[in-house]
Design a protein around this ligand. Sequence first.
Ligand code: PLP
Length: 416
Amino acid sequence: MSDIKRAGGPGSFVIGEEEKKELLEVIESGYLFRYGSDDDPRFKQKVATLEKEFAELVGVRYAVAVNSGTSALLTCLAALGIGPGDEVIVPGYTFIASISSIIMARAIPILTEIDESLTLDPRDIERKITDKTKAIMAVHMLGNPCRMDEIMEIARSRNIMVIEDCAQAAGASYGGKRVGSIGHIGAFSLNIFKTITAGDGGVVVTDDFDLYERAFGFHDQGHKPLRTGVEIGKRSIVGLDFRMNELTGAVALAQARKIDRILATLRQKKKALKEAFSAIPGIGFRTITDEEGECATLLTIIFKDRRMADAFGEKVGTKTIAHSGWHVYNNMEQILNKQTATQFPCPYECPQYNKEIEYHAGMLPRTDDILERSINVSIGVVDRGLGSAFGINIDSTDGEITAVAERAASVMQEIS
Ligand SMILES: *Cc1c(COP(=O)(O)O)cnc(C)c1O
């Protein structure tokens, strides 16, 4: 309904007996660490099982479970060997972690325009590529896959790596392939606002053994996958600790097994709401790159002008995406105007890279124009930070869906 009280993603609405059972098994076993005695039947290996099942779900050979989506992205960058002086193409409309992980890898985020899919505009990617470009971070924003055919073609022809940021698109597919299996490496998040959740958590996926080995080592102090070969002399890289524990793994496993049911429910509810909204004059929608494959977690309306979008938002108690806060580069004061330089000498400030990168509000005019005219209506992700405080949730009834559509229709009449 128009004032949904509870915030969170669809997975958080369907936590139940399955999660409880998996979690209790871990508590009763006493094995909370992801590594235990493999020959003790009490050790349930939830994290290892999650990795196996998640890789199967996505359709890749390897997965590494980590403690957040942000660490998943940093692990992807480390696996690809991205570092000082390297440029990474990233959209100006994304969660800040996409950008901050690039900065923490001491590489240079190159902010790039979106198009009406609210994902990277391939034409602007072409314009932003230089001889320093090492990767494109393709963010599948709001559950809608990026234009991966075009992005992969650009990447192939220029010998650039593709990281898929799938944090908002777990379970989505593009052209019959699950997101995360299309680029070279992919990152997922399990925080509370995502399709499935374990409170926090993340997963890295790849089909490439070398990338897997590096990702695993980076997330666990340089160890080889599953800590085989912990003997001195076998660690080839320096890593950190981004490990997932068994408690998180247990809940994540139960949620991952629900993902297709969650998506089926959301797709059905979105279809009903979108059909009802389609009948309202003056309401248009963002471009969906794969109608069957997208997550259907949100319905994004694009109005013909800013005034209409602002007026609509005000009436229904929400904001345009441009003013929703978190996910728009214009609202990232940590990035703009070089404030990052106060934290540590920033790689994009070093004269040796021969490049001065400026970040400032208004630098992506097409992105600004689209986001100022856009409003997110929730289907399954209820998140004021995304601007989706108006709409329905995974439990909404047909009657509630009709009521939301009627409210939108009457608001449109008032403001037209
Ligand atoms: C949520 C999110 C992340 C980060 O995930 P956390 O688990 O919160 O660290 C990264 N990228 C995008 C696009 C996100 O929405």
